[in-house]
Ligand binder design. Structure first.
Ligand SMILES: [Zn+2]
Length: 209
């Protein structure tokens, strides 16, 4: 792992960790940044179950390609997730969805039980279990996509639209063309969808640029 990359990431984190909002969001949490080797520009954060650890993973390529300011803005997007409690929410969402799945499944089972024999019941149960798992997956994805827009908006409100769109152009530089749309199965909105959402944010005059 290049020493220069580690220094560059640390420098960006130093700047961000001086921010009061970020400091507050990390209160009681332990930030664990790491660099991973990847051919793509990517960064993400997640909360760890049953611990105070918050992980922030940044790809080596992202550190290499981005200048200091762009890197800071991308990381600010990640910290926006933390400030808004997204990783913590997603951690809670899985057991909530699981409970709903179990309740719905039991309800379904007791509803069909008096009317069907064993074999069709097994078939129907499996089909229903598959269906509710699929719906739960779509709900999870929907939240993730919504959170991306919220984190983008947080950054835009701090630095303005143009600054962050410029950074997103670098972020998506490898696949700007293919990232024009996304589906309900995707965890992230496309570049185009993010830009469109950013354009719709209403900012005070001086931040419009
Ligand atoms: Zn994000």
């Amino acid at each position: 792992m290049g020493e220069a990359s580690i220094n560059k990431l640390n420098l960006a984190l130093d700047v961000l960790l001086k921010n009061d909002e970020i400091k507050k969001s990390l209160n009681g949490l332990l930030l664990k940044p790491k660099i991973f080797k990847a051919k793509t520009i990517n960064a993400f954060c997640w909360a760890e179950k049953d611990s105070n650890n918050i992980h922030l993973a940044v790809s080596m390529k992202m550190i290499e390609v981005m200048d200091e300011r762009s890197l800071i803005l991308c990381l600010l997007h990640e910290f926006a997730h933390l400030i808004k409690g997204h990783p913590q929410f997603l951690l809670k969402l899985n057991p909530i969805l699981f409970t709903f799945k179990v309740i719905l499944f039991l309800f379904f089972l007791t509803s069909i039980y008096p009317y069907v024999t064993v074999l069709p019941m097994i078939g129907l149960s499996l089909a229903f279990a598959g269906f509710i798992s699929f719906v739960a997956f779509l709900i999870h994805r929907r939240f993730k996509r919504k959170f991306e827009f919220e984190a983008d908006e947080f950054v835009v409100r701090k630095v303005g639209k143009k600054s962050f769109i410029d950074v997103l152009e670098v972020y998506f530089e490898d696949d700007l063309e293919t990232k024009l749309s996304s589906s309900i199965f995707d965890s992230h909105p496309s570049f185009k969808e993010r830009i469109q959402r950013i354009q719709k944010i209403s900012l005070p005059e001086q931040k419009v640029q």
